[in-house]
Every structure is written in structure tokens, then in C-alpha cells.
Design a protein around this ligand. Structure first.
Ligand SMILES: C[S@@+](CC[C@H](N)C(=O)[O-])C[C@H]1O[C@@H](n2cnc3c(N)ncnc32)[C@H](O)[C@@H]1O
Length: 259
């Protein structure tokens, strides 16, 4: 079975479109998995995925790379606190953390909202990976995932049990998690702020452009779009976006420039 056939079969079996991800990187990781599990080739791997649902979950986990931590990229959270959250807060305000992994990103925002007494309507947080979503809903973290949290916030919003950090219900209540595939599922609309950080980097540039257009479509006029520090958008104006800070963009006031 060659890689093209493997991709097509995996798409049918687990609804994961490997063709949308950067080929070299994906293939390298898949070959590493094959070697690690003592399999012979793509056919052997496909057979494993077909017959063993545990390994299937682990495989998706491994390929989608879901490392994350609280307050990842401090400068983004400083800008959110100083500029964005005060300007968007309100009873109709909606925030979307897309590709939220284990929940550290939406919970970091929920903590900022609580700290600053900003009221909003909701934060939704989505990911393709069910295991990550389960971890996010459980809200239990290791010490390396909370290193960037100031001690005062750690004390206020977590309880420590057996060296694990459990996020308190007051934060959990702010975030609604659900499974969503950015490549195939429809996008909700009407957001004031969308974060999609450290997710784009794995997609081909054509797919990146398609997703950026969909995100812009999902933003309210003047809404903000935040990407990861290695994912700068080269020509933001082509998408109707204006760069307002390091890896932060704003949907143009008039919709004229939007593709
Ligand atoms: C490196 S994590 C980023 C987590 C968080 N945004 C951050 O910056 O810390 C990338 C996440 O993107 C998710 N992902 C990958 N492909 C996806 C897709 N097609 N749809 C939704 N999420 C996807 C992965 O499951 C993973 O949890």
C-alpha cells in the first residue's frame, strides 16, 4: 500500500484528511510511528488502525501534536488584557479557541476575564482530538503545563492534589468544549475574538488560506483573530485583516476588503 492509498483509507476510517497537512512532516511522523510499533509498512499500520481502537486514538493524538500550556506566549495575553478584552467585553461577546488541545488556552482567557471582572456571553473551545477534549474537560494539569502562571493566579484558580493542578469549577464553567474538525465541519459565526494558535503550522499553505477565510467570515466586524507566533499571515489585507500587534489581527471595519 503506498502513501496515497493509505491517506485515502485513513480518511474513510477515521475522517482525518492527512492530505491537508504538510506532507513531509506528516510522512516523517507516520514512519516514526511505524518503526516504533514494529510494523512493516503502511498496510501494517492501516491494519492496526482498523482492528485496534486504542491505537487508533493514540495515533490521532500523536499526529495532531497537542502540546499546550497556560499563558503560552505571554505577550499575547498581555495584549488581550490591556486592549482586546476591555474593548470587546459585553453580554453578547463570544470567544472561540479553535484547536484548544487540553484546554490551557481557553482556561487562560477565562482566568483573565475573572481576574478583570469582564463579563462575556461565552467561550467555546474546540478540537478534533477527543482525548485532548476529555483532558480539557477534566482540567487536571502537570507542573510543566502551568509554569507560566503567576503564583497568585495559581493559588486562586487551582487546587493541588497529589502534585496535579486541578482547575476550579469557577473557571471550568466559563468554557464549553466540543469536538470540531476545522477542515470539514461548518464554522459558527458571530465571534468577537478567535484564537487559532499553533494549529495552522501543520497545514499546507492552500489549506491555511481557506481556513483563514473561514475564520474571518466567522468574526463580527472589528473582531480579532490571533495566530501562533510562528504562523504570521503574510498578506493580511487579502483576507480583510489588519495586523494590530505581534500575531494579532483585526477584521477591517468595513467589509469592502474582505474576499
Ligand atoms: C499544538 S496544539 C495547540 C494548542 C493551543 N492552541 C496552543 O497554542 O497552545 C494543536 C491542536 O490542533 C488540533 N488540530 C489538529 N488538526 C485539527 C483539525 N483538523 N481540526 C481541529 N483541531 C485540529 C490538535 O488536535 C491539537 O490539539
Amino acid at each position: 500500500m503506498d502513501y496515497e492509498v493509505f491517506k485515502a483509507r485513513v480518511r474513510d476510517l477515521i475522517q482525518l484528511d492527512l492530505g491537508s497537512y504538510k506532507q513531509q512532516q506528516m510522512q516523517r511522523r507516520i514512519l516514526q510511528w511505524i518503526a516504533r510499533h514494529d510494523l512493516k509498512d503502511f498496510a501494517g499500520l492501516f491494519n492496526m488502525l482498523k482492528t485496534d481502537t486504542n491505537h487508533r486514538g493514540e495515533f490521532i493524538d500523536y499526529l495532531t501534536i497537542n502540546t499546550s500550556h497556560f499563558f503560552r506566549d505571554q505577550s499575547v495575553f498581555e495584549y488581550l488584557t490591556a486592549i482586546i478584552l476591555p474593548s470587546i467585553a459585553g453580554s453578547q461577546t463570544r470567544i472561540w479557541s479553535a484547536g484548544c488541545s487540553i484546554g490551557a488556552e481557553p482556561y487562560s482567557i477565562a482566568i483573565l476575564l475573572l481576574e478583570n471582572k469582564f463579563k462575556i456571553k461565552e467561550i467555546i473551545a474546540t478540537d478534533i482530538d477527543e482525548d485532548s477534549l476529555k483532558k480539557a474537560e477534566a482540567g487536571v494539569y502537570y507542573s510543566n503545563q502551568i509554569v507560566q502562571l503567576p503564583p497568585s493566579l495559581l493559588e486562586r484558580y487551582f487546587t493541588i492534589v497529589n502534585e496535579r493542578y486541578h482547575i476550579k469549577d469557577v473557571v471550568k464553567r466559563q468554557v464549553r468544549f466540543y469536538k470540531h474538525n476545522l477542515l470539514t465541519d461548518p464554522y459558527e459565526k458571530g465571534f468577537d475574538l478567535i484564537l487559532c494558535r499553533n494549529v495552522f503550522i501543520y497545514f499546507t499553505s492552500e489549506i491555511q488560506s481557506r481556513l483563514i477565510k473561514q475564520f474571518v467570515d466567522s468574526l463580527k466586524p472589528n473582531g480579532y483573530f490571533v495566530v501562533g507566533s510562528a504562523e504570521l499571515i503574510i498578506n493580511p489585507n487579502l483576507f480583510g485583516l489588519e495586523r494590530v500587534s505581534y500575531c494579532i489581527y483585526q477584521k477591517r471595519k468595513s467589509d469592502k476588503g474582505v474576499l
